[in-house]
Every structure is written in structure tokens, then in C-alpha cells.
Ligand binder design. Structure first.
Ligand code: SF4
Length: 358
């Protein structure tokens, strides 16, 4: 492992060359993503928050629908929280949506609806940390500040040949990586350079098998694939079971839903199917089995058909339970699992993702 510090293995000329190779590669190879077609700091902010811990493919549709409903920071600020959560449905990590909403209110209240123009100013808003503020400020306003996410860290550390096993070593490594990322930053196109580093990490300098033969900056890289690969977090498996309770009322059909308590750390306030007391379900009662991953757990979820009169006995009691017309379910902040199940159950009014709110 090379010693931490500066850009010792890169001369001024080499840094210039690295910048121009990487930017040229980015210009011709970047993925055409909707948030790359805008300079609007609000739209960039929404995309950056959605992309945290969520795959690009899952974000693309949600991003466009979200912006159609809330096209400006003020539109978001004045929206009802339930509507914001509904449009976040399926992206997971709902705390991000609540913080985004809270920060939009702060912009409307304290900044006359205009987003702060610097990374330091943006960091004052709730839920905006070093990474997000640097991304918005460099992409929307051209501020000279490096964005250091997991992809950029990996590229920079492989370029420099750095690594560390110990925890103390890790914090020194993080500081050195940030310094290096700032030194490499292109002076004329800092936003594009940041995005090119992230794009390289996402598509070429991959965690387990970097594609060094097609890497535009291979010439300047110290490791060229000879770098320890990170260990993947191990997924756990767990069983869960929920009740699908549907009844008819006149012309309508209704489904029984529970609201998760507000003090839950995962998906507070979201609506879900009532949980069954027993995770074992007899084949004759089984409606479907759904696989669903949340954080590091792979759930195998059994969905049982339950008649209205059996519900009291079979499901775990809940303080916030209500019958909801199936017609109205699509506009509710459902958990991703509940949405998946209701869609697979072919309830006619439900869309696989979310629709535009009326
Ligand atoms: S040469 Fe390989 S390890 Fe080095 S930056 Fe490029 S892809 Fe990553």
C-alpha cells in the first residue's frame, strides 16, 4: 500500500492529463439521466437525495413523477406530508423524504424560496450533509468543491494505491481521500468532473471487478485492479406474514390497512397490510409469497387471504387501522411491500409505482 498524502505520484502535467481524459470520456460515455439535463439546484437536490441508497433505475421514474407534482422548492414546501410520502413510495428510507420536505419548508420560510448558492449555506438545511451540498453547489453553481461518495472514494484510493485496515487508519484515509479528490478537481468544470468521477466508479471502476482495460485514466492509476476488494455486507433471511383482508361495501371494495407508528425508525407513518400473528400459512389460505429486501434483510413474505370476521383473531392488533376504498389506495403513502402485494393481487386501481396526484 502506498503512503497516504497528496498527489505525490502525479505531476502537475499528469493531473491535467487525467482531468482531460476523464472529462472527454464522460462527455462521450455518460448515461443520459434526467437530472443531468438540468442546472436547477432544486431538481439536482431531489435527485441526489433519491439516489442515496437507491439504484439509478429505480430512481428515474420516481424522480420525473415527483418533479411533475412538485416542480419547485415552494411547491414541495406547501405540499401535504402524506402526498410527499406517497410519491416516495417504493424508494424506501422514508426519512429522506421527510427531511427533504422539512428543508424545502426552511427554504420557503427563511430564504424566500431561493436555495442557498454555496455548499456551506446548503449544509445549514436539514438533511443536507457534506456530500449532497457539494454535489448541488458544484453541479448547479460551479463551486470548486469535491463530491466524495463511495464511488469517488474507491476511484481515488485505487488511483493513489491507498488502503487501511484499522479504524484510526480509516479516518486518516478518508481525510486524505477528500484532499486528493479536491486536488484532482477540474478548475473549469468542477460539476462535470465530480460527476465523471462518480460515473467512472459506477460503471468502470467497479467494487469487485474493475474494468481497467477500458478505463480512461488507467495510465495514471497505481493499482490497475490490484487492490483489495471490499467485503460485501451479508444479507440475512427472515420470514414475515401479512393478511390481505378485503370486503365489499355497496359498489366499493375496501382493504384493511395499518399505519406504522410515528416513532418507528423504519418507514414511520406509512401504511401497510396488517401483520399476521403466525408466519406459517396453510397452502389453502395462501394468496402469494413475495420476496422483499429491506436494508440487509431478505424477507420471504407470505400473504394470507383473511375474511373480515377472522381478522380480529388472526392479525396483530394495531392502534391505527382502517378500511380504505381500493379506489383511494393508490394515493396513500404505502410501504413498498404493501404496494407490491396489492398490485400483484390485481386490485384494478393500483399502479405498480405511483401516479400523479390529483
Ligand atoms: S485503472 Fe482500474 S483500478 Fe484504476 S481507476 Fe481505472 S478502473 Fe479503477
Amino acid at each position: 500500500m502506498a503512503e497516504l498524502g497528496g498527489t505525490a505520484h502525479l505531476s502537475g502535467y499528469a493531473i491535467e492529463d487525467l482531468r482531460s481524459r476523464l472529462l472527454a470520456w464522460y462527455d462521450s460515455n455518460r448515461r443520459d439521466l434526467p437530472w443531468r439535463r438540468t442546472q436547477d439546484p432544486y431538481a439536482i437536490w431531489v435527485s441526489e437525495i433519491m439516489l442515496q441508497q437507491t439504484r439509478v433505475a429505480a430512481v428515474v421514474d420516481r424522480y420525473e413523477v415527483f418533479l411533475r407534482n412538485f416542480p419547485s422548492v415552494e411547491a414541495l414546501a406547501f405540499a401535504a406530508e402524506d402526498d410527499v410520502l406517497t410519491l416516495w413510495s417504493g424508494l424506501g428510507y422514508y426519512r429522506r423524504a421527510r427531511m427533504l420536505h422539512k428543508a424545502a419548508k426552511a427554504v420557503a420560510r427563511d430564504h424566500l424560496g431561493v436555495m442557498p448558492r454555496t455548499a456551506a449555506g446548503l449544509r445549514e438545511l436539514p438533511g443536507i450533509g457534506a456530500y449532497t451540498s457539494a454535489a448541488i453547489a458544484s453541479i448547479a453553481y460551479g463551486e470548486m468543491t469535491a463530491v466524495v461518495d463511495g464511488n469517488v472514494e474507491r476511484v481515488a484510493q485505487r488511483l493513489a494505491g491507498w488502503g487501511s485496515e484499522s479504524r484510526e487508519g480509516q479516518s486518516k484515509l478518508s481525510r486524505a481521500t477528500e484532499t486528493l479528490a479536491n486536488m484532482l478537481l477540474d478548475l473549469k468544470r468542477p460539476g462535470d468532473f465530480n460527476q465523471s468521477m462518480m460515473e467512472l466508479g459506477a460503471t468502470v471502476c467497479l467494487p469487485t471487478s474493475p474494468k481497467c482495460l477500458t478505463c480512461p485514466i488507467e495510465l495514471h492509476c497505481r493499482t490497475r485492479g490490484e487492490h483489495p476488494t471490499p467485503k460485501r455486507a451479508k444479507m440475512r433471511s427472515q420470514d414475515a406474514a401479512y393478511a390481505l383482508v378485503i370486503r365489499s361495501r355497496g359498489e366499493d371494495r375496501e382493504v384493511l390497512l395499518d399505519q406504522r407508528p410515528e416513532d418507528q425508525t423504519v418507514m414511520p407513518g406509512m401504511w401497510e397490510l396488517p401483520a399476521l400473528r403466525e408466519t406459517e400459512v396453510a397452502a389453502s389460505d395462501l394468496n402469494m409469497v413475495v420476496r422483499h429486501a429491506i436494508m440487509e434483510v431478505n424477507y420471504s413474505v407470505r400473504i394470507r387471504n383473511v375474511a373480515e370476521e377472522e381478522a380480529g383473531e388472526l392479525v396483530i392488533p394495531s392502534e391505527r387501522r382502517r378500511w380504505t376504498r381500493i379506489h383511494d389506495v393508490d394515493a396513500m403513502p404505502l410501504t413498498g411491500l404493501a404496494r407490491k402485494v396489492l398490485f400483484r393481487a390485481k386490485l384494478p386501481e393500483l399502479s405498480p409505482s405511483i401516479t400523479v396526484l390529483k
